[in-house]
Design a protein around this ligand. Structure first.
Ligand SMILES: [Zn+2]
Ligand SMILES: [Zn+2]
Length: 372
């Protein structure tokens, strides 16, 4: 498949900034939007613009496209997931959809076949708390989409029945025409434009959709967010996107997840990180401290003479892996905190302590001194 020149489609230079690309996309999308410009040519153009922007509007995909001529880079990642669709991170996925879009939207030059379209994809953002992402949640999402008109079953004709045979092609969907070229006269056959190669035209329009066959509706759905989803990942729901403007299949609904920060925990993949500041004496003397984890409170036992910066790994107390029965770990970094103020008595006590500990008792420090 020859790759398309997305820059040309959006009418921008290869060096265009993200803002320039965005504004070029906005201008063109407005111009060719099916609500404003209902021709088939405009619909194809609109699809093409969206396809170009899906790639150039995303830094990672754009970089891959510039380098490899494809939004996905050299490798293809298409791991399927059960239930509610596929998940893909920033770099993976997506290209297969673009592929099927191209495949279905263009029947080839001069095709007399009826074009099966794929409806446009819808992109939404969903904000989740840290816990919602870790444990999974059901979210109610409302958005507007183009749906096939149920009254006329998408035909645009009243009750889906009020058609007459197309007079131009007499119901065949194909027309022949003469073409005079420098090589003489040729007879060509092509899809009938009057009836969009369907062979029939609407006698009486459906009054629910005004003969368009589709309408814009507000849709509310429940999205099952799986445990373990991470910031920036997308939940893809096949068939929940826009209906095509003619015959074909619905586009996808893509819900991009943004995860809010936790007040104590940091997350990296399936592992959870926490800095735990303790009185410096606690690290020297050892002891127990109760800490929160994703699986409830846990009593951490700190050994005597623990170095500040020591990391304790709590197995399987991290995040559940997406669609797997496996958990990450929790990593607690112990940090010794000095007292905020040093009063006279305390300072004296520390000086006594310092003089009591033989400097040869500090192994790493000695090591440092010997290499200095
Ligand atoms: Zn209708
Ligand atoms: Zn016709």
């Amino acid at each position: 498949m020859a790759s398309k020149d997305y820059y040309k489609i959006l009418g921008v230079e290869k060096s265009a900034s993200a803002d320039e690309i965005k504004s070029a996309y906005r201008r063109l999308a407005k111009k060719y939007h099916p609500d404003i410009n209902p021709s088939e040519e405009a619909a194809n153009k609109f699809k093409e613009i969206n396809e170009a922007y899906e790639v150039l509007g995303d830094d990672k995909k754009r970089a891959n496209y510039d380098q490899f001529g494809s939004a996905d880079g050299p490798q293809f990642s298409g791991a399927g997931a059960g239930g509610f669709g596929d998940f893909f991170g920033g770099a993976g996925g997506g290209f297969s959809d673009i592929f099927s879009d191209i495949f279905s939207a263009f029947g080839g030059a001069g095709s007399s076949q009826r074009v099966m379209e794929k409806g446009d994809d819808i992109f939404l953002n969903l904000s989740l708390t840290f816990e919602e992402a870790v444990f999974g949640v059901e979210k109610i999402v409302t958005f507007s989409k183009i749906e096939k008109c149920s009254d006329c079953k998408g035909t645009g004709a009243k009750n889906g029945k009020e058609f007459v045979v197309c007079p131009d092609c007499r119901g065949t969907g194909r027309v022949r025409y003469q073409q005079n070229t420098m090589f003489g006269t040729t007879i060509r056959e092509a899809g009938c434009t009057k009836c969009n190669a369907t062979g029939k035209i609407i006698k009486e329009k459906c009054d629910q959709c005004g003969g368009k066959g589709y309408k814009k509706v507000q849709k509310t759905i429940t999205v099952k967010v799986p445990a373990g989803i991470d910031d920036g990942q997308t939940i893809r729901m096949r068939g929940e996107g826009n209906a095509p403007l003619r015959e074909g299949v619905n586009g996808e609904l893509n819900i991009r997840v943004a995860v809010l920060k936790h007040k104590l925990f940091n997350r990296n993949g399936v592992d959870i990180y926490m800095d735990l500041y303790l009185p410096f004496t606690k690290l020297l003397l050892g002891g127990k401290v109760e800490i929160p984890t994703l699986k409830g409170d846990y009593t951490l036992t700190i050994p005597e003479l623990t170095t500040s910066g020591t990391v304790m790994r709590l197995k399987n107390r991290g995040v559940k892996a997406l669609n797997k029965d496996a958990y990450g770990d929790m990593l607690v970094t112990l940090k010794g905190e000095p007292p905020k103020v040093l009063d006279k008595a305390t300072k004296k006590a520390l000086e006594d302590l310092d003089s009591k500990i033989d400097v040869r008792n500090y192994v790493k420090y000695q090591n440092f001194l010997s290499k200095k």
